[in-house]
Ligand binder design. Structure first.
Ligand SMILES: [Zn+2]
Length: 77
């Protein structure tokens, strides 16, 4: 991945990921189109408020952190 420059202060941006903590696992954040809808099974919410996912449309999110002003900027590439 090429290096990026901060749009606010012009310093170099460092590549990173936002971590999602689940049950006994840590994953990279993903983006998907639409709003967050709670997943249901025959109309009953499942998994304690788990959000509906579309694995064909979800994209891993890469987040860059500015080494100067600490701005975070995310891309779903
Ligand atoms: Zn900056």
């Amino acid at each position: 991945m090429e290096s990026r420059v901060c749009p606010d202060c012009g310093a170099q941006m460092e590549t990173g990921v936002i971590l999602d903590f689940g049950h006994n696992q840590v994953r990279q954040s993903h983006w998907q189109p639409g709003t967050a809808e709670v997943a249901t099974f025959f109309g009953i919410p499942i998994g304690g408020g788990t959000i509906k996912i579309d694995t064909k449309k979800m994209l891993p999110v890469t987040t860059y952190r500015c080494t100067g002003c600490h701005l975070l900027r995310s891309y779903a590439e």
